[in-house]
Design a protein around this ligand. Structure first.
Ligand code: ADP
Length: 449
């Protein structure tokens, strides 16, 4: 415990007075009072200077030397500094221990971690990140990571600053290595970047896609032959009456299989690349007019179909893909809305971009199904969906087409009241001037489903 400073201060003052007193006595004894006092005070001052010197010397080399053996105020100063020094050492050791533990734990992580500052320069990385990205401890700190990797997609991912999704890239041309990056922002603009080697998953994914594409392709020719023979058989006059029913059913099923195979092929084509489609200007008003005509022809006027064009803007995209996506949504509305219902196709533009929506007064979809609706072969009511001849791939195709156009599908639905399927395109996809259409709009009136 510290002593009372005033008591100590008083003691030191008394000590000086005592020294001066002794000096005065000695002075009186030798007949020079003032010389006696001055001499005693000079000796005391020299002692204090020597203590100060010892103290400074110890402060300078305190790691190698023992503290000076001083009493009084100097002793207090020495013990105070020693205590502060011990406390500092304790915290330093603790932080060092923590840092070592952190380094050891991140080194044992199966994923790479890189910490970047707001300018995306490397602050720190673990062993796995060094291995995956070829980083060197001595030279690469402070270097911009995008300039080291030299992959434009990666530079865009860092620049965009939107880290809700991950990025997969092949960082070395000609090598199969595939890396997945996931950013996690922290602090003031800093970023933790997690890196994983997903080469094996990417290879399996490619194998799966190739398998589906090849199988669909191989199935197409035999199916065409079977469908052809069934059609010929069903038209034949000499077909026994009891076989007519089964042959009709076989025809229906072969048509369904053909629809599934052609949707699978379309999906495979869409999945073959993640790149954004550039495409050409599409006259949305003309496209919706064609869709309406096809829809009315398709269900022989069973529904009231209306089109609402609220902006003259066109859309930049792949004509065939956009037609296929819009048709899938319109076709679903017609498939699932009972006769007498209303279907509306709407196109409008606002500050967020261009929007196309298909609204129906059909049975609606309960909320628990909505997040899974764009999965392949996901159906709300499998029995009813099969009866309608659907392949279960329509919305998966729509999602892929929109992804390739930087757009999003949003579904709103209420059971018993109907559904709204909306495609939201970014402003960059809008074509401001109305597009001059040629006589042939280029949109095939036949549907793909
Ligand atoms: P399908 O070929 O079976 O129509 P989709 O992928 O196009 O496959 O649709 C998936 C499921 O979503 C459908 O099976 C159906 O249950 C539901 N669905 C799609 N559109 C609508 C709609 N307009 N109204 C009600 N349900 C719908």
């Amino acid at each position: 415990m510290l002593r009372n400073p005033f008591e100590d201060w008083g003691f030191a003052l008394w000590r000086v007075l005592l020294v001066a007193g002794i000096g005065a006595l000695v002075g009186l004894f030798v007949g020079h009072l003032w010389w006696g006092i001055a001499g005693a005070l000079a000796i005391e001052l020299a002692r204090q200077l020597a203590n100060l010197n010892d103290f400074l010397d110890w402060l300078r080399h305190r790691n190698q030397r023992d503290p000076p053996d001083a009493g009084g105020r100097w002793g207090d100063a020495v013990s105070l500094v020693s205590r502060l020094h011990r406390r500092k050492q304790f915290h330093k050791q603790r932080i060092l221990r923590l840092f070592r533990e952190l380094r050891r734990s991140t080194a044992s992580m199966p994923d790479g971690v890189v910490a970047l500052n707001a300018d995306r320069e490397i602050l720190w990385f673990n062993r796995k990140a060094a291995e995956l990205l070829g980083l060197r401890r001595k030279t690469d700190f402070g270097i911009n990571l995008a300039s080291l990797l030299r992959v434009p997609e990666f530079a865009r991912y860092l620049e965009k600053g939107e880290f809700s999704s991950s990025l997969r890239i092949k960082p070395r041309i000609g090598e199969p290595t595939c890396l997945e990056f996931q950013g996690a922002p922290y602090g003031e603009g800093q970023l933790f970047l997690l890196v994983r080697d997903v080469t094996r998953q990417a290879q399996l994914e490619t194998m799966r896609k190739d398998f589906v594409a090849n199988a669909s392709h191989e199935l197409r020719s035999p199916l065409t032959v079977i469908a052809g023979y069934l059609e010929t058989l069903s038209l034949g006059e000499e077909l026994p009456e009891d076989l007519r029913g089964p042959i009709q059913e076989m025809r229906r099923q072969s048509e369904r299989m053909t629809a599934i195979v052609s949707d699978l092929l379309e999906l495979s084509r869409l999945e073959a690349s993640d790149e954004q489609v550039v495409g050409q200007p599409i006259d949305v008003a003309a496209l919706l007019a064609v869709l309406r005509k096809d829809l009315v022809a398709r269900d022989a006027g069973k529904h009231e179909v209306s089109v609402s064009i609220e902006a003259p803007d066109g859309l930049m995209g792949d004509t065939g893909l956009i037609h296929s996506a819009f048709w899938n949504l319109a076709d679903n509305a017609a498939k699932y809305t009972p006769a007498g219902g209303k279907i509306t196709l709407r196109w409008w533009v606002d500050e967020l971009g261009g929007h196309f929506a298909v609204t129906d007064t059909g049975p609606g979809i309960s909320p628990e199904h909505l997040p899974r609706l764009t999965e392949r072969f996901y159906r709300v009511d499998p029995g009813r969906a099969r009866d309608t001849g659907g392949s279960g791939l329509g919305l998966a195709i729509v999602r892929h087409v929109l992804q390739r156009h930087g757009a999003e599908l949003k579904i709103e639905s209420e059971e018993g009241r109907g559904s709204a399927f909306a495609c939201h395109f970014p402003r960059t996809r809008l074509v401001r001037e109305p597009i001059a259409m040629t006589g042939d709009s280029g949109y095939s009136p036949t549907n793909d489903k």
